[in-house]
Design a protein around this ligand. Sequence first.
Ligand SMILES: *[C@@H]1O[C@H](CO)[C@@H](O)[C@H](O)[C@H]1NC(C)=O
Ligand SMILES: *[C@@H]1O[C@H](CO)[C@@H](O)[C@H](O)[C@H]1NC(C)=O
Length: 413
Amino acid sequence: MNLSIWFLLLLLVFGFNDRIYAHQRPRTERISGSAGDVLEDDPVGRLKVYVYELPSKYNKKLLQKDPRCITHMFAAEIFKHRFLLSSPVRTLNPDDADWFYTPIYPTCDLTPTGLPLPFKSPRMMRSAIQLIATNWPYWNRTEGADHFFVVPHDFGACFHYQEEKAIERGILQLLQRATLVQTFGQGNHVCLKEGSIIIPPYAPPQKMQAHQLPPDTPRSIFVYFRGLFYDVNNDPEGGYYARGARAAVWENFKNNPLFDISTEHPTTYYEDMQRAIFCLCPLGWAPWSPRLVEAVVFGCIPVIIADDIVLPFADAIPWEQIGVFVAEEDVPKLDKILTSMPTEVILRKQRLLANPSMKRAMLFPQPAQSGDAFHQILNGLARKLPHDKRIFLKPGEKILNWTAGPAGDLKPW
Ligand SMILES: *[C@@H]1O[C@H](CO)[C@@H](O)[C@H](O)[C@H]1NC(C)=O
Ligand SMILES: *[C@@H]1O[C@H](CO)[C@@H](O)[C@H](O)[C@H]1NC(C)=O
């Protein structure tokens, strides 16, 4: 349907105040209180990070073997390494460090179609930890409690892409005391431990930038979504994939003219998001869907359908104010929930989304920019300082069990 007819139809049906369509550039709004200020924090001077030097087989060689790892949505593990090497928070003196970082790319083992295979990750991780624990005194002081690891895989440091298996494995024993930086963010789940830092997935900033429309582009699509509703191969009934939320969206709204939803991925995908008011984010288990990043970057109000989700940098980004949270069981009421939202509320969310600090926090640009996702990770680490004295073990004290876990994990890497 022609967009201008859409626009008229929407106005007629819902009597929306035309200001919604943002004929002027939406004014941006700062978040009052701590949230906005936290996003703009400068981590430099607030923490020092020591980067271990590892043989290149743990990082660079893997990337050489498969260059797709750097464009993958889990590429944050590589970019974070590069970022830290030249960051002013890096210290070359480990005795000065608040945090220790082990540059390892556990997600850079891809199938021919580009899906990460995590089967070797536990052995690789174990091997790297053994190496740093033997060659430096810092790991044994705390058994990793002042170390952080970037583990952007589906179920983080559980290292399996099937939820059942991931739960059965649990978080790798040797990482139990470390701080995990991960995209997996399901609350009350064995693969998310307290104190983890949840990050957005990597989405290509230049590519998104190239599709940027003028900021006064009218928003004439009410609800937008592109993606699968069913995982036909693994879950034809749709009850498991995204915990049924996507299947419910399709069944309830496939014929609703307010819902521009389809499995077809158009070439105008990024532009369409800039023409939409609401963008559906049926996230299932994890915020690793790039949709959330795209919605924020393109100023489309994210409609988050994922019970108990822990969103990226949730202690700095006021998700409740920017987005709309819809309980999974309320998906059939989605149309009513969204059409009954007061115009002022929508406008306020759009103004908050127009705040450049929100967009920056979602991206891993090259080169890095202040306030971007790299800096938000550092801010998250800085907020955990100073370390509790109790993380330092008494002489001879051991907490981790080096021989725990499946026998296969104990084989050398
Ligand atoms: C740290 O502890 C491990 C395991 O107990 C041991 O093998 C290693 O030699 C220790 N490292 C140092 C630097 O003492
Ligand atoms: C470590 O884990 C292994 C395997 O689960 C177990 O057999 C062993 O008793 C544990 N060691 C300690 C000291 O708890």
